[in-house]
Write a protein that binds this ligand. Structure first.
Ligand SMILES: *Cc1c(COP(=O)(O)O)cnc(C)c1O
Ligand SMILES: [Zn+2]
Length: 379
């Protein structure tokens, strides 16, 4: 069989190396391992036409990478600080990239509806794209999900099911609903390999926007880690090497950072997530191997997994708005908060180039801003 460079050849199990044709499959049927899309090499640029005839798109991706004042990182930092502004996506987070690809693929498989478990943003993205495609969506969210995100999901006309307890319960419920209705699961952990594959474009875009120069560090708000994987693979595709990647987590839910600090290879689930960073409050209960895979990529890149307290995250969030005109939700600012810590620990150097991915929009979580003091008019 002739395969064009970059085209999808199938799905590969990361645990046992089993190979499957590119069908609708969430996990390895032999060992339940994580599946990844395999492509004919060389692969340089992700494009939906690689695996779908008809693409569902709302103009996601192609987000700006822009330089912001270095002092946002630290007054002594002399290098370059750039933000990859993923708040610009149609529903306000990078999840749109994943959902657009996974939904396009689902429709090829004849999907009559979709289900997504979500801490808010993935559900908003799924609801948004399902509305545009004219198919029903059921979204399962933890009860603690910010109201702005729930309102957004309902605005797009999806069926919202609020599930008690942490994200893991919503994850299980989504699988049940898929079985019941015969819908496709668009949950944005490593569960849907076609969605995860689309995130390679984030790494490819950053390398391209930097004019083919490798930055020192890329910091990424991290839950189970598909975005880390996308950046990792995207740099391998284009640069054939990977910058140091930072998995940025909140101290209130930091399974990957805890394993990194403890020198472990396997990630244990977090007990009780408690953080203002709702987008990364996944304890990985039921699928800690996803965290272990992400941890392995962080280590391969020579990077760091860092947990920061909520007040650091909030300070970084406010600074981004006030010094860079970038209005984000707490989760989105976790990348900058982690880099501030790495600089103060001497890990990020004075002259480095640092890219922070800002993953979600401030409009999604007004409550996080409600106690932020107004500044007086400067005299
Ligand atoms: C989902 C999400 C993340 C975490 O991404 P993963 O790829 O699941 O690790 C980070 N930031 C925001 C705003 C999100 O919605
Ligand atoms: Zn397997």
């Amino acid at each position: 069989m002739k395969t064009a460079a970059g085209s999808v050849t199938g799905l590969r199990c990361l645990a046992c190396n089993a190979f499957y044709p590119p069908e609708l499959l969430y996990r390895c049927t032999a060992c339940a391992g994580i599946l990844e899309v395999e492509r004919a090499k060389p692969f340089r640029r992700w494009d939906p036409s690689d695996f779908v005839r008809e693409e569902v798109t709302l103009g996601e991706g192609g987000t700006p990478l822009r330089q912001v004042p270095s002092s946002l990182l630290h007054p002594d930092f002399r290098g370059a600080l750039l933000v990859k502004d993923e708040t610009r996506n149609p529903s306000g987070s990078f999840k749109d990239r994943l959902v657009a690809a996974a939904l396009s693929r689902a429709i090829e498989f004849g999907a009559s509806g979709i289900v997504s478990a979500s801490s808010g943003n993935a559900g908003a993205a799924a609801a948004c794209y399902a509305a545009n495609a004219g198919i029903p969506a059921i979204i399962c969210c933890p009860e603690t999900t910010p109201h702005g995100k729930l309102a957004q999901i309902m605005a797009y006309g999806a069926t919202l099911e609020r599930v008690s307890g942490h994200y893991g319960n919503s994850f299980q419920r989504a699988m049940e609903l898929c079985d019941q209705h015969g819908y496709v699961n668009l949950t944005t952990t490593y569960l849907n390999p076609y969605g995860v594959d689309a995130l390679r474009l984030v790494g490819q875009e950053i390398f391209e926007a930097l004019g083919g120069i490798l930055p020192g560090w890329i910091s990424i708000p991290t839950s189970s880690g598909p975005l880390v994987k996308g950046v990792f693979q995207g740099f391998l595709d284009t640069a054939e090497q990977v910058p140091r990647l930072v998995a940025a987590q909140s101290e209130g839910c930091a399974p990957i950072a805890r394993a990194f600090a403890g020198g472990q290879d396997t990630v244990e689930p977090w007990e009780l997530p408690q953080t203002i960073a709702s987008g990364i409050s996944d304890p990985l209960q039921g699928y800690p191997e996803e965290g272990s895979h992400t941890l392995s990529l962080i280590r391969k890149s020579g990077g760091e997994a860092v947990a920061v307290p909520d007040n650091y995250i909030k300070d970084a969030m406010v600074a981004l708005a006030r010094k860079a005109g970038l209005f984000c939700e707490p989760t989105g600012a976790t990348s900058l908060a982690a880099c501030r810590r790495l600089f103060s620990e001497g890990k990020i150097g004075m002259p480095d180039t640092v890219v922070c991915i800002i993953t979600g929009h401030g409009f999604k979580d007004f409550s996080a801003w409600s106690d932020v003091e107004a500044h007086g008019i400067p005299s």
